[in-house]
Design a protein. Sequence first.
Length: 184
Amino acid sequence: MGQQGQQGGQPGQQGQPGQGQGQGQFDPNALAGDQQDLRNRLDQIIQGLSRNGVEVPQGLNDAGQAMGQARDDLSNSQFGSAGQSEQRALDQLRDSAQQLAQNLMAQQKGQQPGEGEQARGEQFDPLGRPLDEQGSMAGGTVRIPDQSDLARAREILEELRRRSGEANRAQQELDYIDRLLKQF
């Protein structure tokens, strides 16, 4: 974490972070600083999870170590090795995100009514959407329209289009039909 102040390169340099003055050249120190910023953000996420009592997957710590290795490789202009370290970090982040989601779902399913913060019985998925007592999306099941429903909707849309082209209709009706058609 001590290398955070290295980003930005030489005084007076301007441009995109991580890019040197020559076209196709990169400033290794700026790239390393950018990588350190990403690592710092990951550390903040890990700390936030811990503060909220969420079990932190080991993969997040492993991703942080891989990010640190990538930072060191970038500082030493070892771009190939840095890319491999960054790929390891991404793989660990992806696996950890899946593990976190599974842990949260298992935690919610295992929670008895009246436990924890959701004592009123209202439960939410990780994205904040309400769940019913069985842990599925509130509001019942999702009904997928069958072919007859789709055909009927198509007929209605065609009829609306036909009527919108009839100039002898009242302007109020034509405006209403236009508003309906704009939704589709």
